[in-house]
Write a protein that binds this ligand. Structure first.
Ligand code: IPD
Ligand code: CA
Ligand code: CA
Length: 259
């Protein structure tokens, strides 16, 4: 069991942190001080903004909630002494960011005994703040959002992405693209899974799937989709976190075309 927490007050805190991380992003965006380095593969990059964002979030969380655990993309797991765990991606869409493309986010999820109960995704350059608390609905800049109601692929525009090991692993989502694309109105590769999920929650995308994500990519965004009336289902057990998101009918249609 976990100690009680006022989730609405905690959301206010998390929104404040997301905005501050957004300021960090913008202070480096399209500047020459990014210090771009590679991680798992040459396609997997990290910048000064990722590291500064994570350091800020870690200090903020541990300062306010010293007994909470944290899982962060850049610094890994920090064990706490309670069932609360923050799952953070300080900069989702680092490839976009390092290219000077304006779609990037900070993603902050909070789990209670493994269940996500709060999610914040902020895209500072777009000035879009997506929020959800379990059972309380999903919001974009304070206004309620809802997933798309479309129920056929021919009218659907879907989002997806491709794993960083795509060059060395044939299980790289390209076969899925070949299978589903001819049936769609369109496909988008936003470059940030957190934002793909928020676009799905808001109905800008009619659905989204991706394989080999990490928890920090989708923790907050998945709650935002669910609170916007959608579902997020796992479609593979053997390839990291692999999910399909959308309204239930759209998720089923996507599931029939991909594996
Ligand atoms: C990546 C983005 C991208 C997805 C990758 C993620 P990062 O996160 O979410 O859209 O396709 O799988 O790793 O590296 O920019 O934080
Ligand atoms: Ca990410
Ligand atoms: Ca990241």
């Amino acid at each position: 069991m976990t100690k009680e927490l006022d989730l609405n007050k905690t959301l206010e805190l998390a929104v404040g942190w997301a905005k501050q991380v957004g300021e960090i992003h913008l202070s480096h965006f399209r500047k020459n001080d990014l210090d771009i380095q590679t991680k798992s593969t040459v396609y997997d990059v990290v910048t000064r903004a990722d590291k500064e964002g994570e350091a800020f979030l870690l200090a903020a969380i541990q300062g306010h909630f010293p007994d909470h655990s944290v899982l962060g993309e850049e610094t890994g797991a920090h064990a706490g002494h309670s069932g609360w765990r923050w799952v953070i991606d300080p900069l989702d869409g680092t490839n976009n960011f390092s290219q000077g493309l304006p779609i990037f986010t900070v993603s902050i999820g909070l789990q209670q005994d493994g269940e996500t109960v709060l999610g914040v995704v902020y895209a500072p350059r777009l000035e879009e703040l997506y929020t959800a608390v379990k059972g309380g609905g999903a919001f974009l800049n304070g206004e309620p959002i809802r997933v798309s109601a479309k129920t056929d692929l021919a009218h659907a525009v879907l989002g997806t992405g491709f794993p960083y090991d795509k060059g060395i692993n044939p299980d790289n989502n390209i076969p899925n693209l070949v299978s589903i694309l001819p049936h769609l109105r369109g496909i988008r590769r936003m470059g940030t899974a957190a934002y793909d999920l928020c676009c799905t929650a808001a109905g800008w995308l009619d659905g989204y799937w991706e394989l080999n994500l990490n928890l920090w990519d989708m923790c907050a965004g998945a709650l935002i989709v669910e609170e916007a009336g959608g579902i997020v289902v796992s479609f593979r057990e053997n390839r990291g976190v692999s999910i399909i998101a959308g309204n239930p009918a759209m998720v089923e249609l996507i599931r029939e075309k991909i594996h």
